[in-house]
Design a protein around this ligand. Structure first.
Ligand code: F6P
Length: 324
């Protein structure tokens, strides 16, 4: 196995709060190990185009508190092709990069896996996504901050919902996963969460809302995952079948991805960034860093991106009981 002297770090796909804390941790611990660090800008797209600059300890100072990613990010169609990945690999060779730290979600890590399958490059993935949908880790970097952002928004929506006796369908991100909807519903005391992992039919929904009304609450909040038509779809159906309800929709959108990372995300990102360098030093290759029961773990990237991460049924139960 080749000794590592130089690494590259990139962020790819949707940004998430805490990515900068992870870049900082990777950079500083690699320099501490005596390695050279290159920042690759705009994700895979930037690697294809050679947007590469050396990072120093100073380049990452005053970044731990900043949302977004100082390395920028992109979604790259070209990298999905073998030709695109070959172009990307040529830049890794040009800069003598022995290992690549990839910070991103499912799509970004799947791309990393393909690159490592076709070319000789050591990869370590860091789970960076607000969706929390990567198998093998209890938390992804950015999820906690997004959850708190959603909770704050729903608290505000509740004020107006209560004043007007309205039912609000609040749509949140998560792509194919319901972690954000499910857990923000618990945190904000909502009546229900509609998530892709559970089938919710319209009668069930009416019974959730009816519960609220029976409790003499004339307003209700339902968190809805963005998949399958999202909040608009359910709002329209409730409007059509239960015209007695005054229904509104609020789609939170990209504000969920922004903002200064929470303490939890800053610490998680710092731990994972340091762990990525430790893993390379130990000779680990093609793994993703995860956290399980507050302990750092290594998961083969192939597992992290292929296996569906289940939603804990205990959480469904908590929401069910507390919203009655
Ligand atoms: O994966 C992160 C995420 O924010 C998803 O929750 C969402 O579906 C998607 O990215 C939105 O992507 P874009 O910013 O490209 O519209």
């Amino acid at each position: 196995m080749k000794d590592i002297k130089t690494i590259g770090v990139l962020t790819s796909g949707g940004d998430s709060p805490g990515m900068n804390a992870a870049i900082r941790a990777v950079t500083r611990s690699a320099i501490f190990a005596g390695w050279k660090v290159y920042g690759i800008y705009r994700g895979w797209e930037g690697l294809i185009n050679g947007e590469i600059k050396e990072l120093t300890n100073e380049s990452v100072s005053s970044t731990i508190q900043r949302g977004g990613t100082i390395l920028k990010t992109a979604r790259s169609d070209e990298f999905r092709t073998p030709e695109g990945r070959t172009k990307a690999y040529e830049h890794l060779r040009k800069y003598k990069i022995d290992a690549l730290i990839v910070l991103g979600g499912n799509g970004s890590l799947s791309g990393a896996q393909e690159l490592a399958r076709e070319h000789e490059i050591a990869i370590v993935g860091l789970p960076g996504t607000i969706d929390n949908d990567l198998y093998g880790t209890d938390y992804t970097i950015g999820y906690d901050t997004a959850l708190n952002t959603i909770m704050d928004c729903v608290d505000k929506i509740r004020d107006t919902a209560t004043s007007h006796d309205r039912i609000f369908f609040v749509e949140v991100m998560g792509r194919d996963a319901g972690f954000l909807a499910q857990n923000s519903a618990i945190a904000a005391g909502a009546e229900a969460a509609i998530i892709p992992e559970a089938n919710t039919d319209i009668d069930q929904l009416a019974s959730f809302i009816g519960r609220g009304i029976r409790k003499s609450k004339n307003s209700s909040i339902v968190l809805v995952s963005e998949k399958d038509g999202g909040a608009m779809h359910y709002a329209e159906r409730v409007r059509a079948e239960y015209p007695q309800y005054d229904v509104r929709v609020s789609i939170l959108g990209h504000l969920q991805r922004g903002g200064s990372p929470s303490a939890f995300d800053r610490i998680l990102a710092s731990r994972m960034g340091v762990a990525a360098i430790e893993a390379l030093k130990e000779g680990q290759r093609n793994i993703m860093i995860g956290i399980k029961d507050d302990t750092i773990v290594y998961i083969p990237i192939s597992k992290a991106v292929k296996i569906d991460k289940p939603i804990d049924s205990e959480l469904r139960n908590v929401l069910d009981i507390l919203s009655t």
